[in-house]
Design a protein around this ligand. Sequence first.
Ligand code: KG4
Ligand code: ZN
Length: 337
Amino acid sequence: MLVLGIESSCDETGVALYHSERGLLAHRLHSQIAMHTEYGGVVPELASRDHIRRVLPLTESCLEEAGTALADVDAIAYTQGPGLAGALLVGASVANALGFALQKPVIGVHHLEGHLLSPLLAEPRPAFPFVALLVSGGHTQLMAVRGIGDYELLGETVDDAAGEAFDKSAKLLDLGYPGGPALSKLAEQGDPKRFKLPRPMLHSGDLEFSFSGLKTAVLNLVQQQSPLDDATRADICAAFQEAIVEVLTKKCLAALKQTGMQRLVIAGGVGANKQLRAGLDDAAAKRRYQVFYPPLALCTDNGAMIAYAGAMRLKYAQHDYSYGAKPRWALASLPAA
Ligand code: KG4
Ligand code: ZN
């Protein structure tokens, strides 16, 4: 079973070919970061237009890499939501047009289900059940995952997402957009102990998160220390990263304890963060938990995770053929396989 996956929910056009027996055959990605940089964030209309320009050439390039033809594709999966409405409609339209032309099924995939299942594209693969931490630019959620589609929301952010906090703090430090990776890189040179930043909701006794106060604390620090020299900027980055990693790590441990599960899966863009990975590995090893991550290249948005999630849904004959975009869509509302 060969599935073509198309991701176009935000500022990355991702296309991939996943084969249920042979694995990931090809994946291609075009990032719009350079285009949006001068505006300091994603401009939705520009994003949609760029997805239109990229999606077919990327598809052709994937087919070429996999040495296969469009006629060999058995199904087409696309990100149906959540995301930017116009951007989603590009993937939805292309996927449905291809499906109509090829007379093949078209599967609307939940973007977060794509992220959630992306660690299954790496070896070793986590077995169900597991706790999943979804940390992206738009979401921070802890889920209990008992099977495909069996997702119980354990806790989530009450305000900013972790990636959003990285990006907003990076902006305050003049590190551009999306600043998560730049902030994390600079943090490596900083002293995390020079400034003490808050650990929001660390002792809230539940699995909820809050990151907007942390961003405000960074703003206050930046104003207090201005003009910033390079060392101070790096020290603020290190303090910020340490705070966010501590909160994420402790809440993951609490979720494992609460559910009695032994495996933890990390997914979403912030899952690429080196210090988060080191912190989680360390904490898990001490308690004999296992932690699983997607391949680094598949942490941020990509077509491979969409093709994979589509293949899983197809396997369990669970898909609807409805054409459309769902800019707002709760992951826990998906049907269990
Ligand atoms: O999953 P993703 O590609 O998009 C969404 O679905 O939101 O995640 C993007 C987010 C951005 O906020 C970006 O700054 C963050 O992931 N990110 C990182 C790192 N790489 C990407 N944050 C911290 N450290 C990183 N290395
Ligand atoms: Zn994403």
